[in-house]
Unconditional design. Structure first.
Length: 378
């Protein structure tokens, strides 16, 4: 009887172990790391946004888990994984990749492509030409980098949009308007960058981008046609089509001009304490997500978008209203702009004095217009 009981217990244990193995296999059948099964595939799927130890933030609107790389797809440039449909995800602040102000190509491939090619460097390198998407990104070594870089939910289908960019400009493609959702990015002097597009019709507008590391400025400009409308194209994708867009169509003799659709407002803090810029009740941030401007002459640049008109056009100037300099959340001085700010120009406001002596001892200059146009820098 005792032997029969021991046999029964052993059989039950074996069955339990088998069931456990079976369940584990269904949860993680191939043992590979992904957002549901971290820890074994060489990709870090940790959300560093939670602990605040992130370098950059990602918003993944696509229904695909993605693996991120900096500048090129290789093991040395692997940044981490971003799960599908995640609105706030932080990639690790790794000093190997993030140690100074710089712009870079933020490249995403699907986790399936990564798993299939990771053990063959040549196959992995081929994904440089056919990533899930590329994004023009920038990192500020002394800033919070709070602005998320967005992966569009319009990507991931079996159609292909091939981008040829042999111009001297970094080109970004946006949907529906020059200020629309970013679909992808092709660095200058790069051919055959391929985006995987969903079925459907798209109005696509190219914009050109440049990063000034010294000023921590991201400048975006739009090419315009002779009729005063932004240049763009219309595409329809269905059943695995492959279509091409050529950046040269939007530069040189083919365009009537560039416009940024914005003015840049540089705040120089020569006062004795740190400051924040606000518009009404809202704290303003730079393009790389910095809000506080340190004392000692630090400068930060804020983008003033011109108001929209019809058909992708924008006003040529804008009056500042409700903008102010704030210290410690309560002390404030208005930025008094007597005249509107013109699009495509950089303006400088200088803050001076000691806030601890009272706001009456602090001066805020009117915006001083720079000599050259922003667009002349391209």
């Amino acid at each position: 009887m005792r032997a029969r009981k021991l046999f029964t217990i052993a059989a039950l244990l074996a069955a339990s172990l088998a069931m456990g193995t079976g369940l584990a296999g269904r949860d993680n059948p191939d043992g590979k790391e992904d957002e549901d099964n971290p820890g074994s595939g060489g990709v870090d799927w940790t959300n560093y946004q939670t602990g605040g130890s992130y370098a950059i933030r990602i918003k993944n609107e696509a229904n695909r888990g993605l693996v991120a790389f900096k500048d090129s797809v290789s093991a040395a440039n692997l940044l981490g994984g971003v799960p599908k449909n995640k609105g706030d995800w932080g990639l690790k602040k790794d000093t190997t990749h993030f140690n100074q102000n710089a712009d870079f190509s933020l490249i995403f491939i699907t986790k399936e492509d990564y798993e299939a090619k990771k053990d063959n460097p040549n196959l992995l390198a081929e994904m440089n030409q056919k990533p899930f998407t590329r994004i023009f990104a920038a990192y500020n070594a002394s800033g919070a980098n709070e602005v998320p870089w967005i992966v569009s939910g319009k990507l991931g289908g079996n159609n292909k949009l091939v981008i040829n960019n042999l111009t001297s400009y970094n080109m970004e493609l946006r949907q529906d308007s020059p200020r629309g959702t970013t679909l992808g990015y092709a660095p200058y002097q790069a051919n055959n960058t391929t985006l995987n597009m969903n079925d459907g019709s798209f109005y696509i507008f190219p914009v050109f981008k440049k990063y000034n590391a010294l000023r921590d400025e991201i400048i975006t400009i739009y090419p315009y046609a002779g009729d005063g409308l932004p240049m763009g194209d219309e595409f329809s994708f269905v059943n695995g089509q492959e279509l091409t867009i050529n950046a040269a169509k939007y530069t040189g003799a083919n365009k009537s001009g560039f416009s940024s659709g914005a003015a840049l407002l540089v705040i120089k803090n020569a006062s004795e304490q740190g400051i924040t810029v606000m518009e009404g009740i809202y704290v303003k941030k730079t393009e790389t997500g910095i809000s506080t401007i340190n004392s000692g002459g630090e400068e930060r640049t804020f983008t003033i978008l011109m108001d929209s008109l019809s058909e992708g056009r924008y006003e040529s100037s804008k009056q500042l209203s409700g903008w102010k300099i704030v210290n410690l959340g309560t002390r404030e001085k208005a930025i008094a702009a007597a005249t509107p700010l013109d699009a495509d120009y950089r303006y400088t406001v200088t803050v001076d004095g000691d806030w601890n002596d009272g706001v009456d001892h602090v001066t805020v200059s009117t915006p001083v217009k720079g000599n050259g146009k922003i667009t002349d820098e391209f």
